[in-house]
Design a protein around this ligand. Structure first.
Ligand code: GLU
Length: 290
């Protein structure tokens, strides 16, 4: 049976998605991202899908999802097929990690944030401070306790991928071209990332999103420039899990007058507020430079 909005094997239709986390109201930055992805898909005669990245059950709320749907509809955007909710697939994401555990590429980790901070000596200006220092690396999977996270052993993963073409094509304005994931850079900037957290039943955003981009046959990932830095993690995971790598298009961010990136808490720029004040969808397009 043909499912609306879902591609068939061998299908090369341009397919993209808008993938908000329903943790607050949409603001102008989301509007730009959604409109851009929608318009690019429609211009290419392709598909535009809507995905809720709602694995953080503490922060995501159904009323935020309802608000997102209302805002997108008001903007005049339509998506193909039903909304995909990550929260409905968490057991599946975790099950699909199993082969990586079997290959010895994962380890359990019980470190708290303060353990990690204490182990990171003299962090330097400009260096990412969140690279895990490897305290639990080498722990066997059998020692996993309730509440332990699962981390990727990045050095082992890169070794397993030696010789693979770890790269991606970027079509966004700031980084256009072909990019290679360099093992040394990945070790320095990414490290042993958390892929899943037991007890809390959380899977990391870049894991769930790598699975979904493959399952939903996303040919082009269109998203904010702030996520460019996460792309190498996703490319590494795609190779480990046998998933295809889509084309990436990281777009400029909408900033406030002070040049700061808009955040969910910027209620002053929430779409619902502009709408209540009588703005039209065309006004929103103009405000974000479309
Ligand atoms: N859920 C992410 C966000 O709200 C978007 C992730 C993506 O587009 O890959 O920023």
């Amino acid at each position: 049976m043909e499912v609306p909005g879902q591609a068939r094997d061998g299908d090369t239709t341009f397919t993209t998605r808008f993938a908000p986390s329903p943790t607050g109201p949409l603001h102008l930055g989301h509007a730009y991202s959604a409109i851009l992805a929608h318009d690019m898909a429609r211009a290419a005669g392709g598909r535009f899908l809507l995905r809720m990245e709602d694995t953080d059950l503490d922060r995501c709320r159904p009323d935020y999802e309802a608000g997102i749907v209302e805002d997108l509809t008001w903007l005049g955007l339509s998506w193909d097929g039903p909304i995909h909710r990550q929260s409905e697939h968490i057991a599946g994401y975790n099950a699909r990690l199993e082969p990586l555990a079997t290959r010895g590429l994962l380890y359990p980790c019980s470190c708290t944030r303060s353990d990690i901070r204490a182990a990171l000596s003299a962090p330097q200006e400009g260096v990412q401070h969140n690279v895990y220092p490897g305290i639990c690396r080498g722990r066997p999977m059998e020692t996993r306790l309730p509440g332990d996270a699962l981390r990727l052993d990045l050095a082992a993963a890169l070794e397993a991928l030696a010789g693979a073409d770890l790269g991606f094509t970027e079509t966004g304005p700031a980084h256009q071209g072909r990019h290679r994931v360099e093992p040394d850079t990945a070790m320095r900037d990414i490290g042993d990332v958390v892929l899943s957290r037991k007890g809390e039943d959380i899977v990391a955003y870049f894991l769930a999103s790598a699975f979904d981009d493959a399952d939903q046959r996303i040919s082009h990932v269109i998203r904010g420039e702030d996520l460019f830095a996460f792309t190498p993690v996703q490319v590494i995971l795609q190779h480990l899990l046998g998933l295809p790598t889509p084309v990436y298009h990281h777009h400029r961010l909408i900033r406030d007058e002070a040049g700061k990136r808009l955040a969910k808490r910027d209620d002053a720029r929430a779409l619902a507020k502009f709408r209540a004040e009588g703005a039209s969808p065309q006004d929103i397009r103009r405000m974000v430079g479309l």
